[in-house]
Ligand binder design. Structure first.
Ligand code: NAD
Ligand code: DAU
Length: 349
């Protein structure tokens, strides 16, 4: 079946993996990538597919309601997969306004534009909202986040994502607008902006720079390889039930400090350093404000109802990821120069 699918945030980390998967797997779909190209958006991430006939790029801020409405008309959009967001918790602590603006108002702008363009005829239409496990708050030592876990966000980032989820559900309930939401755990892999833990630490180890571990390094995250997230979105997009929420995660919990030691070993191995030598770079720094202790996703519903499972073992995923950053030094150099250098200076010095 032919479809015109609007993917927002397709020039970012997860978005670029999703766009690549859809463009290559579904020649009948026209994938329209709408992205503002903030510091986190990079068309270099999509070089290999940019000239494909079933792909278009539109530079557009999702908050620009008039322009967004025109994109729906120009490209005859049937379905939306919405990923565009401000995504870094530390930035949200410094500048909460831009998170409310993009993540809440931007989502509302897309919902309203879709509703107007589809003119209340929702046959074969879908608005898929990509969200995060951070909306559920923080776990203690035991338990998992289920789809039914009450929302309890702590950072301006997670509060803005929670709010956007509520707006999506309000459209489903009020207008019978066709939606689906997924909440995923921490992703890792290629093309992730090096402000996030894994690429930041790989880059710093290479440059013999300090590795800033927040607090005691005891916070726990549940890590999923980014291609497995893109595959999950593909499955939910095609088989998910309207109005439902699906949790996505790999049952792969790591205490930060243990994960950091795995990264160090892997980078040391590829750089020909004595294994573990770079542990001397570990530097404990002031904890992140409101730092959630533990995230852990129960993705049983997705497995039982739609048959999705992660494909990659963590050790293999980390190895592939480290190798990718070492092989793509130019990409790393390009994204860490300019404005990001100033952010790094202000954040860690
Ligand atoms: P990212 O920061 O790498 O990419 C975000 C993209 O959105 C960038 O290309 C950026 O240019 C674009 N964007 C930002 N503001 C925009 C605006 N106003 N208009 C249009 N485009 C805009 O983020 P990511 O890590 O790829 O995350 C993508 C989505 O997945 C987000 O919604 C995030 O909340 C969610 N998510 C991320 C993770 C993770 O571990 N990274 C986990 C679960 C859910
Ligand atoms: O859980 C899903 C979320 O995962 C996504 O919704 C977010 O968009 C994504 O950024 C990620 O959020 P985290 O805050 O968990 O990711 P981050 O890589 O920033 O941090 C991972 C852990 O490492 C966290 O406990 C904080 C810690 N950390 C992070 C940085 C950047 C450090 O100790 N030092 C650092 O310099």
């Amino acid at each position: 079946m032919k479809k015109n699918i609007l993917v927002t945030g397709g020039a970012g980390f997860i978005g670029s993996h999703l766009v690549r998967l859809l463009v290559n797997k579904y020649p009948n779909y026209h994938i329209v990538n709408m992205d503002k190209l903030t510091y986190a958006g990079n068309l270099e991430n999509l070089k290999d597919i940019e000239s494909k006939e079933n792909y278009s790029f539109v530079k557009c801020d999702i908050c620009d309601f008039d322009k967004v409405k025109n994109v729906f008309i120009d490209y005859k959009i049937d379905n939306v997969i919405h990923l565009a967001a401000e995504s870094h918790v530390d930035r949200s602590i410094k500048d909460p306004f831009s998170f409310a603006q993009t993540n809440v108002m931007g989502t509302l702008s897309l919902l309203q534009a879709a509703k107007l363009y589809w003119a209340n005829n929702f046959k074969d239409k879908l608005f898929y909202h990509v969200s995060t496990d951070e909306v559920y708050g923080s776990l203690g030592k035991e338990g998992f986040f289920l789809e039914t876990t009450a929302y309890d966000p702590h950072s301006p980032y997670s509060a803005s994502k929670a709010s956007s989820d509520h707006f999506v559900r309000s459209f489903q309930d009020t207008y019978q607008f066709p939606t689906v939401i997924s909440n995923c755990s921490n992703n890792y892999g290629s093309y992730q902006f090096p402000e996030k833990l894994i690429p930041l630490f790989i880059n710093n180890i290479c440059q013999n720079k300090p590795l800033p571990v927040y607090g005691k390094g005891e916070n726990v995250r549940d890590w999923l390889f980014v291609d497995d997230h893109a595959r999950a979105i593909d499955v939910i997009f095609h088989k998910g039930k309207l109005g439902e929420t699906y949790n996505i995660g790999g049952f792969n919990e790591w205490k930060n400090i243990d994960l950091i030691k795995v990264i160090i070993k892997t980078v040391d191995k590829y750089l020909g350093r004595e294994i573990g030598a770079s542990e001397k770079l570990i530097t404990y720094v002031t904890d992140r404000a409101g730092h959630d202790l533990r995230y852990a996703i129960d993705s049983t519903k997705l497995k039982d109802e739609l048959g999705w499972e992660p494909s990659l073992q963590f050790e293999e995923g980390i190895d592939k990821t480290v190798k990718w950053y070492l092989d793509n030094e130019t990409w790393l150099k390009n994204v860490t120069s300019g404005d990001y250098a100033k952010y790094y200076e202000a954040m860690y010095k």
